[in-house]
Design a binder for this molecule. Structure first.
Ligand code: NDP
Ligand code: 13P
Length: 341
């Protein structure tokens, strides 16, 4: 039987993910906030604003009517930025079929609540815990839409539900793995954005590959410490949603978070950089929330803390580098054994 999938959000990743699901033969309805975006997709012209010059699966249907998108959906995919999640969930609650599975593509924290997206979705829609899953990995939307070989992780506590979601997005060019560690996967997706901001700053200041490698690896240590403290599994951070996404995001010229960091590293003001962009860089808003959660759990995240100070307290990226390098010497896996409890 054909699975009906509603993808709520027609930005770069929602559109690319919807096209991937259509590649598996699923019946996909993509919800776009603006009717003209839906019309352009339905006319076979793709989504030029977010994925210029990319052809989408022609079976992908778009609509600006949330009722039309959600009606009869077996699986509902949330692909709006984290700052819009709470209000969107509330607006769509009455339209969501009772037995639907929800999949979060959101790599951030619902800012209104300071909670992870899967928890917010589960509670807003009164779902059993196992029916709120997340999909996350090194998935630069443009490359996935181009059908370049990529991999992702579908994570949730109910293996059968994860397998259902895997079935609607696993293709010969998009490999989907399952993982029971939803917390770890969600921590990975959010923290890598903050680290990508730092990696971009290093690029913008003209530092080299050693600096990038150190930031990425010490960023992984911060992600792992926080994830373990919140109940995640160590292996998750060595996987696609941890190390994999850190590598993709910290090194790619396509990453919005790395781009913002690079511009900050060149001395440009944050608001000017953001005003020039038509897409979301989740780390700008979620970094303070991540730092807050870390403090609440006594987890040290010096890179994330300094990123927050650059973004929101006017710290100069050059001074961030001096401050991070000037910290007292440590053992490499400091804080990880303790975090595991
Ligand atoms: N892009 C990527 O490569 C990847 C992104 N992600 C994650 O996916 C999530 C979605 O990001 P992405 O697709 O990249 O975002 P984009 O910035 O590309 O697009 C944002 C989308 O959300 C819509 N939107 C913006 N504000 C609101 C609002 N208040 N209410 C409803 N809809 C709104 C936009 O509509 P409009 O066009 O009308 O403004 C647009 O369709 C993020 O959490 C991101 O981190 C995960 C993996 C890869
Ligand atoms: O999550 C992503 C790649 O996996 C996209 O990263 P950016 O949001 O920084 O573009």
């Amino acid at each position: 039987m054909t699975t009906t999938v509603a993808v709520m959000g027609a930005g770069s990743w929602g559109t690319a993910f919807g096209s991937i699901c259509a590649d598996t033969g699923a019946d996909v309805r993509l919800w776009a906030r603006r009717p003209e975006v839906a019309d352009t997709i339905n006319a076979g012209l793709g989504n030029p604003e977010y994925l210029p010059d990319i052809g989408l699966n022609e079976a992908l249907r778009a609509t600006a009517d949330p009722d039309e998108a959600l009606s009869g959906a077996d699986i509902v995919v949330l692909a709006v930025p984290s700052h819009a999640l709470v209000e969107s969930l509330a607006a769509w609650h009455a339209l969501v079929p009772r037995d639907a599975v929800a999949v979060s593509l959101v790599k951030g924290i619902a800012l209104d609540t300071g909670r992870w997206a899967s928890e917010v979705i589960r509670d807003a829609w009164d779902l059993p815990d196992g029916r709120a899953v997340v999909a996350s990995g090194p998935n630069l939307a443009r490359e996935c839409a181009q059908r370049f070989p990529s991999g992702t992780v579908v994570a949730g506590p109910d293996e059968a539900v994860c397998a259902r979601v895997q079935a609607i997005c696993h293709t010969p060019w998009f490999r989907v793995y399952t993982n029971p560690d939803r917390t770890g996967v969600e921590v990975g997706g959010a923290v890598k954005n903050a680290i990508a901001l730092a990696a971009g700053m290093a690029d913008g200041m003209g530092y080299g590959e050693n600096t990038k490698a150190m930031l990425l690896t010490r960023g992984l240590a911060e992600m792992t410490r926080l994830g373990l403290a919140l109940g995640g599994r160590a292996m998750t951070f060595a996987g696609l949603a941890g190390m994999g996404d850190l590598v993709a995001t910290c090194t790619s010229s396509q990453s919005r978070n790395r781009h913002v960091g690079e511009q900050l590293g060149r001395g440009r003001p944050l608001q000017v950089i953001i005003d020039e962009m038509n897409m979301v860089a989740e780390g700008v808003k979620s970094s303070p929330a991540i730092a807050g959660i870390a403090r609440d759990h006594d987890v040290e995240m010096p890179i994330v803390e300094h990123v927050v100070r650059v973004l929101h307290d006017g710290l100069d990226p050059q001074d961030m580098a001096v401050a991070l390098m000037g910290r007292s010497p440590k053992s490499e896996f400091h804080g990880m054994e303790e975090a595991r409890g």
